[in-house]
Ligand binder design. Sequence first.
Ligand SMILES: Cc1cc2nc3c(=O)[nH]c(=O)nc-3n(C[C@H](O)[C@H](O)[C@H](O)COP(=O)(O)OP(=O)(O)OC[C@H]3O[C@@H](n4cnc5c(N)ncnc54)[C@H](O)[C@@H]3O)c2cc1C
Length: 315
Amino acid sequence: MTTTRPTWAIIDSATDVGVLLGAARQLSDVVVALVIGPRHLVEQASSSGFSETRWLGEPAATVGSEDYAAAIAELALRETPTAALMASSTRNRLLAGRLAARLDTSALTDVSDLRTEDDTVVVTHSLYGGAALRTERLLSAIGVITISAGAFAAFGSGPSWPGPIVEASCAVTPPPISLLERRSEPRSAGTLPQAKVVVGAGRGVGSRDDLGVVEELAQALGGQMACTRPLAEGLNWMGRDQYLGVSGLSIAPDLYVAVGVSGQMQHMVGVDQARVIVAINNDKAAPVFAESDYGIVGDLHQVVPALVDALKAVS
Ligand SMILES: Cc1cc2nc3c(=O)[nH]c(=O)nc-3n(C[C@H](O)[C@H](O)[C@H](O)COP(=O)(O)OP(=O)(O)OC[C@H]3O[C@@H](n4cnc5c(N)ncnc54)[C@H](O)[C@@H]3O)c2cc1C
């Protein structure tokens, strides 16, 4: 059951548009997009099925979404939406914290299930590194919620007729931190949360050069590469936005192939929504096998090239 009050989706990235609409519709049939970003992002939102799209403005390079917290809180207190939903990016977590403080509530983070009961919002999210799920009922009038990546399906099958765009540019609080430098990561996860097939590399791969073996498998499967945390933080073989798990991304692909991954809980919570998990590991006692639908015990340097050859032979 949904409520009659509108739900807000705060959008600052093109990749989140459909998923935020899908999540917000769990609460309300009336979903208003609040867009922080360039004109083309507003146009994308307005043709995605929102009841209304409001353009809060395009932030200057030195401003982040979190600097819109005061303006959004003021609007929320006037209009009392059911909740303001946003994706779980670093910036949005800052925004959620600031917004929740101004609305005298708590930010509900990494939410994987949303519903209304008796016109109040009920959310489920993971805790203890994903070892348990907690379901909470919102007691405040307005919820501030970040949604877990991969937990909600995008709404709509493609662009529809553009809905109304309201220019609602608002005052931005001058940021208390000044930007000194902006550097792009050498590789970016980009659309990893939306990928249908993901191949995850673990420390068992052995060296940065050997990552090519895993990459070939990802390509042969038409999928994307991801990794465990040690490969992104410490070894620095892959980007920090490519690791999966409790402190990285959570994904829900059709297929996740774990290559040289031991399967520690902190990693597996990021992939436990995958429809099928396949593990390749030379240690038959590796915990990853208990979490997998299919397992291959063997040296990845032999197993993976053989799989790639077999896939090429049938494609
Ligand atoms: C607070 C906290 C948060 C954390 N958050 C995350 C997180 O978000 N994501 C995350 O991934 N980790 C996280 N970790 C780290 C996590 O606990 C594990 O240490 C990490 O996931 C292990 O990475 P791995 O599987 O690549 O390496 P390892 O545990 O070293 O496993 C390597 C595996 O490769 C196998 N192997 C070795 N050689 C071969 C070969 N030739 N062929 C086949 N298999 C081979 C080995 O048998 C082994 O099972 C966190 C830890 C802490 C304390």
